[in-house]
Write a protein that binds this ligand. Structure first.
Ligand code: ATP
Ligand code: MG
Length: 139
């Protein structure tokens, strides 16, 4: 069942570079409503649990250490067809392959420091949103 919601993080690289405001502006300009928003510095245990799905991948430890290297913005976003449209808006995982004008094309430096996260399915959007926000924090 499509929920019209997705989950995003503005990652430590984009936050440290001062690009969070610009990225949030692009998200709002593209018709997303912010349902929940949090500024947080993840612990190793939290980032490890969030990326549990990638535990066996060779880049897992680097990913966890990168995601704990500084604060991030976490948000739940709402728009029709949110999951698929947001993946289009952020562009390919590797910024070298991200289409012109996408958020990763504009702000990502490398495949690991790639500026933003976007859920890859409705099911994961719900799981990831619930990881960060309780029901009193979603509007
Ligand atoms: P995200 O889940 O962050 O939105 P994604 O869905 O495009 O990104 P995934 O395959 O879920 O990509 O990988 C999660 C994250 O792990 C990527 O955003 C990237 O930071 C990192 N990653 C993925 N593949 C590699 C790789 N080959 N080398 C280094 N880091 C990688
Ligand atoms: Mg992913």
């Amino acid at each position: 069942m499509a929920t019209n919601r997705t989950f995003t993080m503005i990652k430590p690289d984009a936050t440290a570079a001062g690009n969070a405001g610009k990225i949030l502006d692009i998200i709002l300009e593209n018709g997303y409503k912010v349902v929940a928003l949090k500024y947080i510095h993840l612990s190793t245990a939290q980032a490890g649990a969030f990326y549990e799905i990638h535990k066996e991948r060779p880049f897992y430890n680097d990913l966890v250490s990168f995601m704990t290297s500084g604060p991030i913005y976490a948000a739940i976003l709402e728009k029709e067809n949110a999951v698929a449209d947001f993946r289009t808006l952020i562009g390919a995982t590797n910024p070298a392959e991200a289409a012109p004008g996408t958020i990763r094309n504009l702000f990502a430096k490398s495949i690991d420091a790639n500026a933003v996260h976007g859920s890859d399915s409705d099911e994961n959007a719900m799981i990831e949103g619930a990881f960060f926000f309780n029901r009193f924090e979603r509007f």
